[in-house]
Design a protein around this ligand. Sequence first.
Ligand SMILES: [Zn+2]
Length: 126
Amino acid sequence: MHDRTPWTRGATGNHVIKNRTYKNLTEFSRPCQACGNPFSIFVTSKIADGLADSNSFGLKNCEHHRRNKSAGDTPDVEIVRMENNVMRQELEGLYSTVADLTARLAQYELAPAMHAAAPQNKMPWE
Ligand SMILES: [Zn+2]
Protein backbone atom coordinates (compact mmCIF):
# COMPACT_ATOMS: atom_id res chain seq x y z
CA MET A 1 0.00 0.00 0.00
CA HIS A 2 1.41 3.38 -1.02
CA ASP A 3 1.73 6.17 1.54
CA ARG A 4 -1.24 8.50 1.08
CA THR A 5 -0.07 11.15 3.55
CA PRO A 6 0.86 13.73 0.87
CA TRP A 7 -2.49 13.30 -0.85
CA THR A 8 -5.63 15.30 -0.19
CA ARG A 9 -8.91 13.60 -0.87
CA GLY A 10 -11.22 15.57 -3.14
CA ALA A 11 -14.70 15.15 -4.51
CA THR A 12 -16.30 11.85 -5.43
CA GLY A 13 -18.58 11.78 -8.44
CA ASN A 14 -18.44 12.20 -12.17
CA HIS A 15 -15.11 13.36 -13.50
CA VAL A 16 -14.29 14.25 -17.08
CA ILE A 17 -10.85 12.98 -18.08
CA LYS A 18 -9.69 13.42 -21.64
CA ASN A 19 -13.22 14.14 -22.90
CA ARG A 20 -14.77 11.07 -21.32
CA THR A 21 -16.95 11.08 -18.26
CA TYR A 22 -16.20 8.56 -15.56
CA LYS A 23 -18.77 7.86 -12.90
CA ASN A 24 -18.04 7.59 -9.23
CA LEU A 25 -14.37 8.37 -9.12
CA THR A 26 -12.64 10.08 -6.25
CA GLU A 27 -10.06 12.76 -6.88
CA PHE A 28 -6.85 12.89 -4.88
CA SER A 29 -4.39 15.72 -5.33
CA ARG A 30 -0.95 16.69 -4.06
CA PRO A 31 1.65 19.32 -4.88
CA CYS A 32 4.27 18.45 -7.50
CA GLN A 33 7.69 17.94 -5.94
CA ALA A 34 9.32 19.95 -8.74
CA CYS A 35 7.04 22.94 -9.30
CA GLY A 36 4.65 22.85 -6.37
CA ASN A 37 1.58 22.93 -8.60
CA PRO A 38 -1.12 20.56 -7.49
CA PHE A 39 -1.94 17.60 -9.72
CA SER A 40 -4.68 15.02 -9.45
CA ILE A 41 -5.27 11.34 -9.77
CA PHE A 42 -8.68 9.67 -9.95
CA VAL A 43 -9.42 6.36 -8.32
CA THR A 44 -12.38 4.05 -7.85
CA SER A 45 -14.31 4.03 -4.58
CA LYS A 46 -12.72 0.74 -3.58
CA ILE A 47 -9.27 2.31 -3.88
CA ALA A 48 -10.40 5.59 -2.32
CA ASP A 49 -11.68 3.71 0.73
CA GLY A 50 -8.38 1.89 1.13
CA LEU A 51 -9.71 -1.54 0.13
CA ALA A 52 -7.26 -1.62 -2.76
CA ASP A 53 -4.09 0.22 -3.70
CA SER A 54 -3.19 2.19 -6.81
CA ASN A 55 0.27 2.87 -8.21
CA SER A 56 -0.94 6.41 -8.85
CA PHE A 57 -0.37 7.14 -5.14
CA GLY A 58 3.34 6.66 -5.84
CA LEU A 59 3.42 9.65 -8.19
CA LYS A 60 5.34 12.66 -6.87
CA ASN A 61 5.44 14.96 -9.87
CA CYS A 62 2.92 16.55 -12.17
CA GLU A 63 2.68 15.38 -15.79
CA HIS A 64 5.25 17.95 -16.90
CA HIS A 65 7.84 17.01 -14.30
CA ARG A 66 7.84 13.26 -14.52
CA ARG A 67 11.33 12.32 -15.54
CA ASN A 68 12.28 8.79 -16.51
CA LYS A 69 8.73 8.12 -17.46
CA SER A 70 8.27 4.41 -17.07
CA ALA A 71 5.31 2.51 -18.41
CA GLY A 72 3.94 2.69 -14.88
CA ASP A 73 3.51 6.42 -14.66
CA THR A 74 2.64 7.82 -18.06
CA PRO A 75 -0.76 9.47 -17.85
CA ASP A 76 -2.14 7.25 -20.61
CA VAL A 77 -1.17 4.08 -18.80
CA GLU A 78 -2.65 5.47 -15.60
CA ILE A 79 -5.91 6.22 -17.38
CA VAL A 80 -6.03 2.78 -18.98
CA ARG A 81 -5.37 1.18 -15.60
CA MET A 82 -8.09 3.28 -14.01
CA GLU A 83 -10.52 2.44 -16.83
CA ASN A 84 -9.74 -1.22 -16.34
CA ASN A 85 -10.52 -0.95 -12.64
CA VAL A 86 -13.75 0.90 -13.27
CA MET A 87 -14.85 -1.64 -15.88
CA ARG A 88 -13.97 -4.56 -13.62
CA GLN A 89 -16.08 -3.11 -10.83
CA GLU A 90 -18.94 -2.39 -13.22
CA LEU A 91 -18.73 -5.94 -14.58
CA GLU A 92 -18.79 -7.44 -11.09
CA GLY A 93 -21.95 -5.45 -10.44
CA LEU A 94 -23.47 -6.56 -13.75
CA TYR A 95 -22.69 -10.23 -13.11
CA SER A 96 -24.56 -10.15 -9.82
CA THR A 97 -27.48 -8.31 -11.45
CA VAL A 98 -27.64 -10.94 -14.22
CA ALA A 99 -27.58 -13.75 -11.65
CA ASP A 100 -30.38 -11.99 -9.77
CA LEU A 101 -32.53 -11.49 -12.85
CA THR A 102 -31.91 -15.05 -14.07
CA ALA A 103 -33.14 -16.39 -10.74
CA ARG A 104 -36.23 -14.19 -10.88
CA LEU A 105 -36.91 -15.08 -14.52
CA ALA A 106 -36.81 -18.79 -13.67
CA GLN A 107 -39.96 -18.34 -11.56
CA TYR A 108 -41.84 -17.07 -14.58
CA GLU A 109 -40.49 -19.67 -16.95
CA LEU A 110 -41.06 -22.62 -14.67
CA ALA A 111 -44.87 -22.39 -14.46
CA PRO A 112 -45.50 -22.12 -18.24
CA ALA A 113 -42.96 -24.89 -18.81
CA MET A 114 -44.87 -27.15 -16.40
CA HIS A 115 -48.16 -26.32 -18.12
CA ALA A 116 -46.60 -27.08 -21.50
CA ALA A 117 -45.26 -30.39 -20.24
CA ALA A 118 -48.50 -31.36 -18.50
CA PRO A 119 -50.47 -32.75 -21.51
CA GLN A 120 -47.76 -35.35 -22.13
CA ASN A 121 -48.09 -36.49 -18.56
CA LYS A 122 -51.88 -36.91 -18.62
CA MET A 123 -53.21 -39.99 -17.04
CA PRO A 124 -55.17 -42.30 -19.38
CA TRP A 125 -58.50 -41.24 -17.86
CA GLU A 126 -57.79 -37.52 -18.25
ZN1 LIG B 1 5.45 20.01 -11.75
